[in-house]
Design a protein around this ligand. Structure first.
Ligand SMILES: *Cc1c(COP(=O)(O)O)cnc(C)c1O
Length: 364
């Protein structure tokens, strides 16, 4: 048995063990092909089955309506920051952005590079160092917006939208890189969803996107081919060579997600994990000082807190490491501790962390 740690890295991040074990078992001989899945042509039927199964599982697990397509893209979440406005903000179209963290701000900045003033920031909590999300009354969507862009979970600051902003008929475009599939949700208000796989889904090198047909219709066909959503949709994300191995691992993760009861079961686990960890933080609020100030806005994926001194932060990280827990060092500009507990982190692992935290307070 391989020695495994409890992995709290923010991304790339923990993957479900059965998904990895399956990859290990069939690495040298994938389904009697005598090859690994990495060595098979992306046009061969054996790969095609994996590719289409991954797409079908996303549709099934999320209940994606028929008027949406699932795409596999490359270039990370970062390329989507530019690709989305390139595709949509032509012919005088405009878009609204809500800035709730570093990634949301990057998305807005890229849109400005692409579309100038046609990209508008309609709400921001940067003045409060992103310690909360904007309230509904602070968000005024422009009636001429082609989409409203949000980042559903702020990986760095630890806020997460539980209820999405009400945008009327205007489609939401969302960066869900760090919380895609953390729970079931209604896809219908969204024109476009994208997620870098390396947080909650699979390995890096792959972006999962979901695009609504009417939104796809609006997309430009005047861009370089690789940047056109329409091409990727027409070609079932096989216009060029996709990241086959990343998609294969994604497929394994999704199969596992289905096997354990789908997104309802995953959501239940995630709520339990949040209850345990925030319970510990709230039990010792002077010692574990949570970064996010509004409780409803706290993320169930990334949890930031500071200890009373930087020395204690460092001690916490090093002692946790000795106890088999890694990836707890806070984001470089925030310091402190960040616990990333994506879907693959188990309730039992959070119980272990909370036990450690309880002991750590007593010793300090
Ligand atoms: C990690 C992350 C990104 C950046 O993803 P890359 O794949 O590294 O480009 C974008 N948005 C969010 C919310 C993230 O957490």
């Amino acid at each position: 048995m391989a020695k495994r740690v409890i992995n709290f890295y923010a991304g790339p991040a923990a993957l479900p063990l059965p998904a990895l074990e399956r990859a290990q078992a069939e690495l040298l001989d994938f389904e009697n092909t005598g090859m690994s899945v990495m060595e098979i042509s992306h046009r061969a039927k054996e790969y095609d089955a994996v590719h289409n199964e991954a797409i079908a599982l996303i549709k099934e697990l999320l209940n994606v309506p028929d008027n949406y397509k699932v795409l596999f893209l490359q270039g990370g979440g970062n390329l989507q920051f530019a690709m989305l406005p390139m595709n949509i903000l032509h012919s005088g179209r405009k878009a609204d952005y809500i800035v709730t963290g570093s990634w949301a701000k990057k998305a807005f900045k890229e849109a400005q590079i692409v579309a100038g003033d046609a990209a508008r920031c309609i709400a921001s909590t940067e003045g409060e160092k992103f310690t909360r999300l904007p309230k509904p009354a602070e968000i005024k969507v422009n009636t001429d917006a082609a989409y409203v862009h949000i980042c559903t979970n702020n990986t760095i600051y630890g806020t997460q939208w539980k209820e999405f902003p009400k945008t009327g008929n205007i489609p939401i475009a969302a960066d869900m890189s760090s919380d895609f599939m953390w729970r079931p949700f209604d896809v219908k208000p969204f024109g476009f969803i994208y997620a870098g796989a390396q947080k909650n889904l699979g390995p890096s090198g792959l972006v999962v996107a979901i695009i609504r047909d009417d939104f796809l219709e609006m997309c430009s066909d005047k861009l370089p081919t690789m940047l056109q959503y329409k091409i990727h949709a027409e070609k079932n994300s096989l216009y060029n060579t996709p990241p086959c191995f990343s998609i294969y691992i994604l497929r394994n993760v999704l199969m596992y997600n289905k096997q354990i009861g789908g997104l309802d079961a995953i959501y239940k686990n995630n709520l339990k994990k949040g209850e345990l960890l925030y319970g510990m933080i709230d039990k010792y609020p002077d010692f574990y000082r949570g970064y996010v100030k509004v409780k409803e806005d706290r993320s169930f994926m990334n949890v930031d807190f500071n200890l009373p001194s930087e020395e204690l932060d460092a001690k916490f990280v090093s002692e946790a490491k000795k106890a088999g827990m890694v990836g707890l060092k806070g984001y470089r500009t925030l310091g402190g501790i960040r616990v990333s507990m994506y879907n693959a982190v188990t309730v039992a692992q959070i119980e272990t962390l909370c036990g450690f935290m309880e002991e750590f307070v007593k010793k300090a």
